[in-house]
Write a protein that binds this ligand. Structure first.
Ligand code: ADP
Ligand code: MG
Length: 342
């Protein structure tokens, strides 16, 4: 150890992961994919196992002032299932580890687990283990999800090719806008506890934030249509940031079109009400847990009529860069803002 002190914020989250990855040497040939994708891929007989883990901290990832415990439990499972989906695999098992401060009662733990069980039912996964410990401050939840796929079905971030079509599912920006509304109503409540928060108008966006649904429906449909995305990841940090990841891993560029970006009306209207630019919310909002993927042009006809898959652009050569073509036809460089954890 030298005396030099480097702030984590100098590297950022992704820089720190790259830094840690430099010291990792894979020893087992069964470790097909290690650090650097939505999940690790491990050879297992004639199939592969897909493993992903996530850590959620009270006060960082959720605020119990407005997130009900069952929703926190559901979301903790859903975000892991989403990473399994992002590899084009089917989740089968989860383990759940929790750390609790003495603020939490058995009833509170039951409430958290009611959401975990609901998600296990919804995604068809089994809860097979975990760990329980005390915490000095608040609730910590760590979930590991294990999925399965055939080796040739796995979609890595690194498979996008020039002229592939960029697709996203659902609509984007809702979870960020929902979070802003929940934060605003929390402040109103803190200033005046007698005021009842008026969330009626915002049910869709607040649900996007509090209870996201991993797009396993799309994974099953792609399977039925015999489409294997050439690359895929889930949108947890914002579309712009995820496009950067796919482009970096695949050694390509991308062009997307503003008029193709999917945004829900309630997200749009609420963004405007909050003085946020709706397109910025779509590009940089986190936690939507939709899927971003690329397909070979030959598969376009199979997905063309799908009501919930949007074709937002195409893959270009790396030297062509990453651009958003605005409604007025100007090409602007995409900046990966994403979520800053540090
Ligand atoms: P996601 O947003 O899909 O959950 P992350 O950005 O958290 O993915 O992680 C990217 C990659 O880095 C994954 O392969 C993950 O397993 C790996 N990773 C993240 N943190 C660590 C760590 N502390 N040590 C080793 N690998 C890590
Ligand atoms: Mg992911």
């Amino acid at each position: 150890m030298s005396d030099k002190r480097t702030e984590i914020s100098e590297l950022g989250e992704f820089g720190l992961i790259d830094h840690l990855n430099q010291k990792v040497k894979i020893k087992n040939s069964s470790s097909l994919k290690g650090i650097g994708d939505d999940a690790a891929i491990i050879e297992s007989g004639d199939k592969v196992k897909v493993v992903s883990t996530d850590l959620l901290l009270e006060g960082v990832h959720f605020d119990l002032a407005y997130a009900p415990l069952p929703h926190v439990g559901f979301k903790a499972v859903a975000v892991n299932v989403s990473d399994i989906a992002a590899m084009n695999a089917i989740p089968k098992q989860i383990t759940v580890s929790i750390a609790l401060s003495n603020r939490f009662s058995v009833e509170a733990v039951d409430a958290l687990y009611s959401g975990i069980h609901a998600a296990c039912e919804h995604y068809g996964v089994d809860l097979v283990g975990g760990d329980t410990t005390a915490s000095r401050s608040g609730l910590v939840i760590s979930i590991t999800a294990i999925g399965e796929a055939k080796k040739e079905e796995i979609s890595y971030r690194s498979g996008a090719k020039v002229n592939d079509i960029l697709c996203v599912t659902g609509d984007l920006g809702g979870a960020l806008v929902g979070l802003q509304i929940l934060e605003r109503e929390k402040q109103v409540y803190l200033a005046n506890p007698d005021m009842k928060p008026d969330l009626e108008k915002y049910t869709l966006v607040t649900a996007r934030q509090l209870k996201p649904d991993a797009r396993m429906d799309i994974i099953h449909e792609l399977k039925d249509l015999e489409v294997v995305p050439t690359s895929m990841m889930d949108i947890s940090d914002g579309l712009a940031s995820e496009i950067f990841h796919i482009c970096k891993a695949s050694g390509v560029g991308a062009t997307i079109y503003e008029d193709k970006l999917p945004i829900d009306k309630q997200t749009f209207d609420t963004a405007v009400e909050l003085n946020l630019d709706p397109i910025t919310c779509v590009l940089n909002g986190g936690e939507d847990y939709e899927l971003l993927f690329t397909i070979d042009q030959k598969d376009f006809a199979k997905l063309e009529k799908h009501p919930d898959i949007h074709f937002i652009g195409h893959i270009t050569k790396a030297e062509e860069g990453k651009y958003l073509v605005t409604k007025s036809g100007t090409a602007v460089q995409i900046k990966a803002q994403g979520w800053k954890h540090f």
